[in-house]
Design a protein around this ligand. Structure first.
Ligand code: DX5
Ligand code: ZN
Length: 222
């Protein structure tokens, strides 16, 4: 049986109370916490860095799913690992050597992930599939929370699911951007196993009830 994981994105949390927001998501049944790192270069926005992750780390044992939207990510992989990131995901479109970044994440004992923007075809990253633990399919153009889900990305989930199953790989397929109850269910049916979501979860007074529904979505049938 496929277990669906929910990874609430701290980008939509109240930044003046990050510690409490982390606990709120954890207590609501989150499996992972999605942390969006933006450098103002790879995307036109700047968020948080390793020092904030380090400050949050002692508050919770929940896996930190760190999404690096930064150029040449290999430069910062060690800093994020030292800060307590469990999964470190780098972008296929970023500058720098992806193989080196993935290798370094693995050497540091963390789980490497690779992410693709809506405009990037799945076939361009097939060669990395035997090296990563996580494929993060962006369902919006990265940079900001609260954008509308891009339906055309669903076929990429189907494609990735088939590739992973055909090659008997053990990789989570995560989706990120515009995920809510409706779009999340579509993605899970197409083969996603992790739902990252910011605005749809942190805006709720009762995040727990919503997470429970998402975790019960009927999964794809191979
Ligand atoms: C967007 C980030 C997302 C963002 C999603 O660039 O990578 O993780 O937090 O936010 P929502 O769920 O509001 O689209
Ligand atoms: Zn993200």
């Amino acid at each position: 049986m496929v277990m669906i994981k929910v990874s609430p994105s701290m980008l939509s949390a109240d930044f003046s109370r990050l510690g409490e927001e982390l606990k709120r998501a954890e207590n609501a049944g989150a499996d992972w916490i999605h942390i969006d790192v933006m450098d103002g270069m790879f995307v036109p926005n700047i968020t948080i860095g390793p020092s904030v992750i380090k400050a949050l780390r002692p508050l919770s044992k929940i896996p930190f799913d760190v999404h690096l939207m930064i150029e040449d990510p290999v430069r910062y992989v060690k800093d994020f690992s030292d800060a307590g990131a469990d999964m470190i995901t780098v972008h296929a479109e970023s500058e720098g050597n992806l193989n080196d970044a993935i290798k370094k994440i693995r050497e540091l004992g963390r789980s490497p992930g690779i992410s693709i923007n809506p405009g990037t075809p799945f076939r361009t990253i097939e060669e990395y599939m035997d090296k990563v633990d996580l494929l993060l399919i962006m369902t919006v153009q990265p940079g900001f929370g609260g954008q509308a889900f891009r339906e055309e990305c669903v076929q990429k989930i189907t494609q990735a699911r088939k590739f992973i199953d055909d090659n008997r790989l053990n990789i989570e397929i995560a989706v990120d951007g515009g995920i809510n109850r409706g779009t999340g269910e579509i993605c899970v049916k197409a083969g996603a196993t992790v739902l990252a979501a910011g605005s749809a979860l942190f805006s709720l007074a009762d995040m727990a009830a919503e997470i429970k529904i998402w975790k019960s979505f009927e999964t794809y049938r191979p």
